[in-house]
Structure formats: C-alpha cells, structure tokens
Design a protein around this ligand. Structure first.
Ligand code: 5AD
Length: 496
C-alpha cells in the first residue's frame, strides 16, 4: 500500500482540509507514513495569506527536490491556497512538483495520483465548485483509523469570502461565499458528539455571514429583516444548541465585525453552550486605515458592537488580529491602534506586518511603511497585548474555572508531581495545565480546577476536591482507548 504524509501550513481551515485529505487518501487505500522519509506521496498544504508563508513553500519544495530524487516513484503534491493561487505556474516553476490541487478539489486527489501512477504528466486541478459546493465531512464512524472521538473538532459551515478587504488574498484563493445546509452541519456535529467530541469550532472565512442555502432556519430572536449586516448565523447557533444537547462548547472562527448584530449578541446571552470568548479581527484602530482596508466599519462601530457583546455576557473576553504597516499608516494611525487595544482590552492578539499579496486591491497603494518601522510597531503592539494578557491571567489566580481537557501536556517543564500532565482550555479559551492528576484519565472531560499560578501565556491549575472525587470512577472507564486528536504537523504559527 502506498504511504503518504501531509504537512500543513497556515490557518484552521487548512488544518481541517488536511484532515479531509487524510480521509480521502485512506479511503483510496493509502496508509499514513511515520515520516516524510517513509512516504511515497508527500502533500504540502500551503498558505499564501502573507508572503512569508508563501516563501516557506518555495524553500520546502527546494529542500524536497533531494527527497524526490532518491526514488523515481515519489510524488510531491502541493495543495491549499498557494496551489489555488498559482495553479499550473507552480508546475512550470518547480519541476519537483507532480500534482497541484486546490482546496475545492481535494476529493479528486486519489484520481490525480492514480493518473500519475499509470504514466500521466504532472497536473494542476484548481477549479472552484461554484455550482455544487462540496463540504467534506469527517470519515464515517466505522473507520477505526479515523480521528473521531477527539475532544475538539472543526466543522465547516461556509467557505469562500465575499468581503473585499484590500489587503486580503482569500477571496482569490477560496472563491466566493458558499454555505452548507444547516441539516448537514447539525448531522455532522451530532455524529461527532455521539463519538465523544465535546467541543466543536464552526469554521468559515467570514463564519458569521452564514445563511442556510435551503432556507431551513427560522428567524432568530433579535434578527432584523432590513439590516443588511444581518445573517442567519445566530439561528444556526440556536439550532445546533437545541439539536445537539450533548455538546459542551460551541466556538466559531473567524467572524467579521459587520455581522456582530443584535441577534448574535442575544444568542451569546442566552446559549450557555457558547463559551465566553470571541475572536473578532479588527485589523486597525484608525478609521483612515480601516477605510483604506475596505473593512466596512468604523472604530466606533467596532467598539460599540463588541461592548454590546461584553455587556450581554459578563466576563466575555475578546481576542483579535491586527495588521501593522498597512500602506499609508502614520504614527498617529498606529497610536490609534494601540489605544484601541487598550480600550477594548484584548486578551489575545495575533499581529502581522502588512505583506503585499497578488490579486489584492491594496497592490495599487504604495507599500510605503519601511520594514524597520513595521517591525518596531509590531514589537510595541505585542508589548501592549502581553501586558494585558499578563494582568488578565494574574487576576485569575485563586479562582475556580471549568477546563475541557484536550490532551496530555507537551510542556513537561511545567512540573506536575503525579507524572503526566493534562492540559485544556477554560471557557474563555485560556490554556490551563493541570498539575498532579497524572493517575486520572481526564481526556475529553470538563473538569473544575482552581488556578494556582499564571504563566506568560497560560494558567497552572489543580483539580478541585469535587472534581478529583468525580474523576476517579472514570479512571478505568475505557476513555484511555479513545483516540487522541490526530496531531497534524502544523508549521507556520507565524507571529508576523
Ligand atoms: N498582510 C498581513 N497580514 C494579513 N492578514 C491577511 N492578509 C494580510 C496581509 N496581506 C492577516 C489578517 C487576517 C489574518 C488571518 O491574517 O490580520 O485577519
């Protein structure tokens, strides 16, 4: 049986696409190789959101030329956003590549590999499925090698993007918005939960612009018929909460502030399954820059909408994405961004230096902020956000929190007298390491912990007496046999 290996760059959508590639390859008779060296087929699932990510692909392919030369029948596949963006050009530019496959063409991968095996030429397949969008679901429960039963899972609700943010390549690489019927979404979540999943993250490029393509959702409470920013996302959240009662947490990423409407705020206020944390990309705190970015909201609107959310759900925390050094960004513009970070009090922040991307409207603007200035602004931004996070985590010491245990801790350095450490996330998405519970099997459990210490980016915790007492009987309950979440090699956790 031919063996494959997949390396993933970029966002959660790519991680999810990689899982689907695992599924289609396994169904076609391939087995997963322990390492690239053992693989017959190597897939690079690529990201092109910033130039640095795209460069990574090019240097990786350069490195893999030797891997290919070692055996004539080895196959190198490039998937994901660079594949979609460059298509056939990649085959011409880099001779080591055999197959280029776009995000919408994942089901065709085994067929393309089959053609190649019987002497076909290198091929690129990058066609959007506009008329009949396909949303691949997780492999069926009967498949023993599937990653099901993991405590957390992603479920796609829409793909593509109809926004035209001037810096962003996603509309080009992922195509126009296409939505998945809510029946299918609910069925996939119900199947995951039946197999042991506790938390689902709904995925979409502008996830909260969701509409049911079959018109199967009732209007959500608080939804306005004539607000152009209104979507059916709140109705979808309500339907999932009602139809899948066993789900412990329902997250989503990434929303657009424009669709943070009263109906979504009301859903957060009323549905306990929605955790008290939302990632809401703002990109800049300057109206002048937001306008040039074509974000279609003002700073005041962002502040008012997120404030409404925090008022409706006390204790809710926000995290965000910010670009520094967008064309024309002055020191005053950047100061406005810093002041917004303080005003909103983000408890998490991904910051990026602006990077010129092909096919984007901002190409018309001069990339006039010097690299050194971008770097310096990014450092100041991180300084600000780290201070906010440190203060926030420190204030949690001594409190009791509910943690969904996602797995055994990779960071052994944190101590933990009882052997293996468990780690997971609080309802607000803070990472928590649980000390002294190595003898218990907590995978997939929502446990009560008290916070003992704040680390730089995470919390140290121990089980409360009640949680410890409740956990013991489960020790030999078969949970150990549950497959852990597939750990895909995620490269490119880029900080800018
Ligand atoms: N340059 C820098 N950062 C970008 N992002 C998207 N496009 C660019 C670009 N051209 C960032 C945005 C987005 C995140 C996923 O990546 O902040 O929210």
């Amino acid at each position: 049986m031919p063996r494959y290996s997949i390396t993933t760059f970029g966002c959660q959508m790519n991680v999810h696409d990689s899982e689907r590639m695992h599924d289609v390859l396994r169904c076609a008779g391939y087995t997963e190789a322990g390492s690239a060296d053992e693989a017959d087929v190597l897939v690079l699932n690529t990201c092109s959101v910033r130039e640095k990510a795209e460069q990574k692909l090019r240097s990786e392919v350069g490195r893999l030329a030797r891997w290919k030369r070692e055996r004539a029948d080895r196959v190198l596949v490039v998937a994901g956003c660079v594949a979609q963006q460059e298509g056939e050009r990649l085959l011409k530019q880099m001779r080591a590549i055999d197959v280029v496959v776009g995000p919408d063409n994942i089901p065709e991968l085994p067929g393309l590999l089959g053609d190649l095996a019987i002497g076909g030429l290198p091929i690129a397949r990058t066609v959007f499925d506009l008329d009949a969008p396909r949303f691949l679901v997780a492999s069926p429960p009967s498949s023993s090698s599937s990653p099901r039963g993991a405590p957390t899972a992603f479920v796609t609700v829409m793909k593509g993007c109809d926004e035209r943010c001037s810096f962003c390549i996603v509309p080009h690489t992922r195509g126009p918005e296409r939505y998945r019927p809510s029946d299918e979404i609910v069925a996939e979540i119900a199947a995951l939960v039946a197999a042991g999943t506790r938390e689902v993250t709904l995925l979409g490029q502008t996830v909260n612009s969701y509409r049911d393509p079959l018109g199967a959702l009732p209007r959500a409470p608080g939804a306005s018929a004539d607000d152009p920013d209104e979507s059916e996302f709140a109705a979808l959240l309500r339907r999932v909460a009602a139809d899948v009662p066993g789900l412990a947490r329902l997250r989503y990423t990434s929303p657009h502030p424009r669709h943070l409407t009263p109906s979504l705020v009301l859903a957060h206020a009323e549905l306990p399954v929605l955790p008290r944390h939302v990632h809401m990309p703002v990109q800049s705190g300057s109206d002048r820059v937001l306008r040039r970015m074509i974000r279609r909201y003002t700073r005041a609107e962002y502040v008012a909408r997120t404030r409404g959310l925090v008022e409706a759900v006390p204790g809710l925390t926000l995290s965000t994405d910010i670009i520094v050094g967008f064309p024309g960004e002055t020191e005053d513009d950047f100061a406005a961004t810093l002041s917004l970070v303080r005003e909103v009090g983000f408890k998490g922040l991904f910051g990026f230096k602006y990077s010129r991307r092909p096919h984007t409207p901002a190409l018309k603007l001069a990339d006039d902020v010097p690299e050194g200035v971008k770097g310096e602004r990014l450092a100041r931004l991180f300084e600000e956000s780290e201070a906010l996070l440190t203060a926030h985590l420190s204030a949690l010491v001594g409190t009791t929190q509910e943690v969904l245990v996602e797995g055994r801790d990779k960071e052994r350095g944190h101590g933990g007298a009882g052997g293996a450490l468990w780690s997971g996330r609080t309802g607000r998405h803070e990472i928590a390491h649980i000390d002294g519970a190595g003898e218990l099997d907590l995978l997939g459990e929502v446990v009560e912990v008290s916070i003992t210490r704040a680390n730089k980016h995470s919390l140290q915790a121990e089980l409360t007496e009640a949680a410890r007492a409740a956990a013991r009987p489960r020790q030999r309950g078969g949970l150990e046999a549950r497959p852990a979440r597939r750990s895909l090699p995620v490269v490119a956790a880029e900080g800018g």
